[in-house]
Design a protein around this ligand. Structure first.
Ligand SMILES: Cc1cc2nc3c(=O)[nH]c(=O)nc-3n(C[C@H](O)[C@H](O)[C@H](O)COP(=O)(O)O)c2cc1C
Length: 225
């Protein structure tokens, strides 16, 4: 089985919705095992209530388990989802990534597939910069980066406001995050999940040889090798 892990943070539910669509896309590839996890919250319940996100947070916490470091190292692909915060990833995701230094030092994510998706309130409010500034993390971990190619036909439509770029799926959440994720955005996320799973499956079918080749680069032990 090719194991695809989706790890995200979502305050108002848009990234959560995209994560579900990515999961459906990845799960549509035979021989793929998908799991969805959320990164730990760093805001107090009081602040979350003031931000008007109490109900959706309760629902997300009830249904989506918190991610562990073992979840990362036990996967073959990791798809990260974060809302845009001032053109960058959210602090909750950054805090979680900063807890993975040990994984980095042991090279435990080398050769795994990595991919990113996001959501922002405004059309030009930083979806692309959020994904692009996330990529150095994947590079430092030695991951194989996969985006959302123009093979996805909804990438080029001009008939409606839509998220999604070659860097990854995204949605425009609208003023006060009040807009629902559109069908085209759901389709983009589904495509990204499927694309990640197909590539991962191909790697896993030749897993032994693949890791042997990676290990031979410097004779360092690599997780999976
Ligand atoms: C502190 C903060 C900073 C934000 N920065 C941006 C931004 O730079 N551009 C933008 O379009 N939206 C921005 N937003 C809106 C969020 O991106 C939006 O609420 C989020 O994408 C909704 O996703 P979610 O429903 O999964 O939480 C910001 C929101 C907060 C709370």
């Amino acid at each position: 089985m090719a194991k695809v892990l989706i790890v995200y943070y979502s305050l108002y539910g848009h990234v959560h919705r995209l994560a579900k669509a990515i999961s459906s896309g990845a799960g549509s590839v035979e021989g793929t095992q998908v799991s969805i996890k959320r990164v730990p919250e760093t805001l107090s319940d009081d602040i979350i209530e003031k931000m008007g996100a109490k109900d959706i947070q309760q629902k997300i916490r009830r249904t989506i388990p918190e991610v562990s470091l073992d979840d990362l190292t036990n996967s073959d692909a990791i798809v990260f989802g974060t809302p845009t915060r001032f053109g960058n990833m959210c602090a909750q995701m950054k805090t979680f990534l900063d807890s993975t230094g040990g994984i980095w030092s042991r090279g435990e994510l080398f050769g795994k597939v990595g991919s990113v998706f996001t959501s922002s309130n405004t059309q030009h409010g930083g979806q692309e910069s959020t994904i692009l500034t996330f990529l150095p993390y994947l590079f430092h971990q030695g991951m194989i980066i996969v985006g959302l190619p123009y093979l996805f036909k909804g990438q080029t439509i001009m008939s409606e406001i839509t998220g999604c770029s070659p860097y990854g799926a995204s949605c425009v959440a609208g003023e006060n995050s009040s807009r629902s994720v559109s069908q085209n955005e759901v389709d983009g996320a589904f495509f990204q999940g499927k694309y990640v799973a197909l590539i991962t499956k191909n790697i896993c079918e030749n897993r032994e040889q693949y890791f042997k080749t990676l290990v031979s680069l410097n004779n360092k032990k690599i997780k999976g090798g």
